[in-house]
Design a protein. Structure first.
Ligand SMILES: O=C(O)CCC(=O)C(=O)O
Ligand SMILES: [Fe+2]
Length: 316
């Protein structure tokens, strides 16, 4: 008789890291790293995280996506979907011909007009049709930015680099809050398409807050798809290509997807926060990951991102 191991993405409590004993802190550091190495994913129970803001953002984004297409298209003005609205069927996964069944909105980092990155980071757009758009969505952006910082500090300890290693890499970084709407399947006639085709995230880490429905799956090491289940009070965290690159592939960028629902009339919403480095930051192999040699050359955050955006159809 063979026994099959039940695999499940590990669950961590942020309280252990922020307010725990030295032992609890260390256990959190170890478990976060081990979870990323083993699955490329963990599920976080955040600590003192304001979920009212998440609810407010869902109200805002649901109201926005309900607007007529012509109104939404007023906010679709950037190559690369850098800020604002990206309509249905535009983005496709790197190795997929079929577009994803989703529309989305990007909120980026706000910098002052005299900031060195002011020309590189386009201004956010704040639709005047929806009250409290900026107030709610940028507050969530900042809260996720803070949560990411704590995860990065924990990761720095695990990787034996100074605690502020990732803080420096991501200071004023090009992180993006993406609010996604997956419309009911009944609104499409595209047999080959799925909500989000199998892909890896481009960035360092992604924090996925409170998806409204299941459907997220990761490609496990045995080649099977494994559901990533979370409750509305949890944050799913995964590692992307950039972290994989600087860890010399010790941490994978795990392939994941969002499958189509059983109930074809249901919508799904999710809000990934993609943590990006500063565009000039150099993505370089972390010494403790070097082993017998470096798999990748150094590259700036900017060059790596631009290359990937072309591959997924968001940029020319
Ligand atoms: O909607 C989700 O749950 C995941 C979305 C995702 O993987 C992405 O946008 O990169
Ligand atoms: Fe993703």
């Amino acid at each position: 008789m063979t026994t099959t191991e039940t695999r499940k993405v590990p669950e961590l409590n942020m309280e252990d890291y922020v307010a725990g004993t030295a032992l609890e802190k260390q256990r959190f550091v170890d478990q976060f790293y081990a979870g990323l190495v083993e699955y490329g994913f963990i599920v976080l129970n955040p600590y003192q995280f304001n979920f009212d803001l998440v609810d407010q953002c869902y109200q805002v984004f649901k109201s926005f996506f309900k607007l007529p297409l012509a109104t939404k298209q007023k906010y679709n003005i950037h190559d690369g979907g850098k800020r604002g609205y990206v309509p249905r069927l535009q983005e496709h996964a790197k190795n997929s011909k079929n577009p994803d069944l989703k529309e989305f909105w990007h909120v980026g980092r706000e910098v002052s007009s005299d900031h060195p990155l002011a020309n590189e980071y386009p201004d956010n757009m704040w639709p005047n049709e929806i009250p409290n758009f900026k107030q709610s969505t940028y507050a969530l952006y900042q809260q996720l930015d803070q949560t990411a910082l704590m995860m990065f500090r924990s990761l720095a300890t695990a990787l034996d680099v100074p605690k502020d290693y990732f803080e420096k890499l991501t200071h004023d970084g090009n992180s993006i809050l993406r609010a996604i709407h997956y419309p009911p399947m009944t609104e499409f006639e595209l047999p080959g398409s799925v909500r989000a085709a199998a892909h890896e995230d481009i960035n360092l880490i992604t924090l996925l807050v409170g998806a409204t429905d299941s459907g997220l799956e990761l490609l496990d090491r045995d080649g099977q798809w494994l559901a990533v289940d979370s409750t509305p009070g949890q944050i799913v965290i995964d590692s992307g290509d950039m972290l994989s690159r600087i860890s010399n592939e010790m941490i994978p960028a795990t392939t994941h997807r969002v499958v189509n629902p059983m109930d074809a009339s249901s919508d799904r919403y999710s809000m990934p926060f993609f943590c990006h480095p500063h565009p000039d930051a150099v993505l370089s192999c972390i010494p403790s990951c070097q082993g017998d040699g470096r798999l990748y050359e150094d590259i700036t955050g900017r060059d790596f991102l631009n290359q990937r955006l072309r591959e997924i159809g968001l940029s020319k």
